[in-house]
Design a protein around this ligand. Structure first.
Ligand code: FAD
Ligand code: SF4
Length: 490
């Protein structure tokens, strides 16, 4: 007997399926999430109160219609739930795995109860869709005769390519790597996002008619003039210029960028050649410098490779355990985040400044650190000061730099196309995603700066609509504007 539709939260507690235990899961690079029985998934949907003003919906950058798909599940209509999910999100199987779920931190139930398990429900709906064969290629009925080049095949490029192709344009995606997917393929590790999940969606996109040219580095191996044959170009080249650490000893052997380390492991798992010298954490004292998703992915990967120990360092102070008063509901909370990789081992330390790498015979051996204190200066800006006498030394024969990304690379496509940049070095666009060069558009991390998968999908979808409008004078593609959102806001 089900409770009244809007009162399920009084009967059912938030429940997520247990992950594979740590001891077991670190033995492989496989995904480690499990599923609840169908009835218990529907119980979770029943916890949704179908609020008059659903804050979850505006918390999601894609404006996913969360109360609507929960309602469909309450009615046991999984196929309808899937259609609702796909109406705003091209890749729910990906956000359902890796999204930090800002929807959940703005869920109204979350004010005084654990929020609705939105991300988990999303994953179960879409996985049911794949199992049942409900997700099939949707090629356009007619072609417009227009062609579009998409440069870069991360989530922004893939979402845009799928939307533009469905609008009837001939779409070719150029990707410099040997496989499409961007950071979904070679950034996010397989234990968070199995590459078979990505390939399943890529097969659908290909079957709809999108062409992929991999190993095509625009502005380097492939001159930008080859893009002239297209009616429009969309640059979704990501924010790939990594921040480095310019301290003494930084040229010692054993110091690597996270994005030199992580792709190698995925290539190994896919049976591909490793490019450049092999980087392995096996039996090493590993220090991961920098928190965030990238740092935590390095931790999980190093543990699985058999590191002797893993230490994560963060220059910022340790955030509070609960939502900080400066970020009240429904804002994205400033608070400590503990990823599944952090649960798997290693230690974390905050307010630590790295001073110098030292080594022997050119090989990294130690990291010299000092503790810092953060305080506001006269202008109210946070400033750090070293704490005298707080120096310490860490044994370290592999240092992984996960310090974030500055902006897209400027040396190739961006420079060759002569594009204007914004003050942070990202590609500058107008409100319709068009760059300083007519008929050349940009979206995703390359335009917005380092961000999240859910934002990249949003940018790809919105840019596709603007580009379609520019080519055709009208567009039937969906847009956030139809829900009263400004696509470039936030
Ligand atoms: C290690 C790591 C883990 C992350 N984990 C998460 C997570 O768990 N959850 C989350 O939401 N976000 C995560 N992120 C962030 C997220 O992956 C990015 O915000 C998102 O992938 C950006 O998408 P994009 O399409 O703009 O660019 P990208 O995914 O970076 O794709 C850009 C593509 O363009 C290609 N390219 C670049 N220049 C050229 C050129 N000139 N010619 C041809 N191709 C080119 C690149 O090879 C790349 O494939 C993570 C990021 C990293 C680095
Ligand atoms: S995409 Fe992310 S923010 Fe949007 S509903 Fe799914 S988990 Fe929530």
């Amino acid at each position: 007997m089900w409770p009244a539709k809007e009162k399920g939260f009084m009967t059912f507690k938030r429940e997520l399926p247990a992950n594979v235990p740590v001891d077991e899961r670190v033995k492989s690079f496989k995904e480690f999430t499990t599923s609840l029985p169908e009835i218990r998934i529907r119980e979770q949907a029943y916890r949704c109160m179908n609020c008059g003003v659903p804050f979850c919906h505006s918390g999601c950058p894609l404006a996913n219609q969360i109360p609507d798909f929960n309602d469909a599940l309450k009615n046991n209509n999984w196929r309808e739930a899937l259609a609702i999910l796909h109406s705003t999100n091209n890749f729910p199987e990906i956000t359902g795995r890796v999204c930090p779920a800002p929807c959940e931190t703005s869920c109204v139930l979350g004010i005084n109860e654990p929020p609705v398990a939105i991300e988990y429900i999303e994953r179960e709906i879409v996985e049911r869709g794949w199992r049942e064969g409900w997700i099939a290629p949707q090629p356009p009925r007619t072609r417009t005769g227009k062609s579009v080049a998409v440069v870069g095949s991360g989530p922004a490029g893939l979402a845009a390519a799928q939307q533009l192709n469905r609008a009837g344009h001939e779409v070719t995606v150029f990707e410099r790597d040997d496989e499409p997917g961007g950071l979904l393929m070679y950034g996010i590790p397989g234990f968070k996002l199995d590459k078979a999940i990505l390939k399943r969606r890529l097969d659908q996109i290909r079957a709809e008619g999108v062409r992929f040219q991999c190993g095509a580095w625009i502005g380097k191996d492939v001159p930008v003039r080859e893009l002239d044959m297209f009616d429009a170009v969309l640059l979704t080249v990501g924010s790939t210029k990594a921040r480095t650490l310019d301290i003494p000893g930084a040229n010692l052997n054993g110091i690597h960028l996270a994005m030199d380390f992580l792709p190698q492991q995925t290539r190994r798992l896919l049976g591909k050649d490793i490019q450049g010298p092999e980087i392995s954490a096996k039996d090493k004292n590993v220090v991961v410098i920098g928190g965030g998703d990238t740092g935590s992915d390095c931790v999980g990967t190093a543990i699985r490779q058999g590191a002797a120990q893993v230490v994560s360092l963060e220059i910022m102070p340790r955030p509070p355990l609960d939502r900080d008063a400066s970020t009240p509901w429904p804002l994205w909370p400033y608070m400590l985040r503990t990823s599944s990789s952090h649960e798997e081992g290693g230690t974390r330390d905050w307010s630590v400044l790295t001073k110098e790498f030292t080594g022997e015979a050119g090989k990294l051996k130690q990291l010299h650190c000092v503790r810092v204190e953060w305080a506001k200066d006269a202008s109210g800006r946070m400033k750090m000061e070293e704490i005298p006498g707080s120096d310490f030394f860490l044994d370290c024969d592999l240092a992984l730099l996960a310090l974030g990304f500055l902006h897209p690379e400027h040396e190739t496509a961006v420079r060759e196309l002569g594009l204007e940049l914004d003050s942070r070095g990202n590609i500058k666009t107008g409100s319709n995603f068009e760059t300083s060069r007519p008929r050349v558009f940009a979206a995703g991390d390359a335009r917005r700066g380092q961000s999240l998968v859910v934002w990249a999908i949003r940018e790809g979808r919105e840019a596709a609509r603007c580009l379609d409008l520019a080519l055709m004078g009208f567009s039937n593609l969906p847009s956030l504007a139809s829900y009263g959102y400004d696509a470039l806001a936030e």
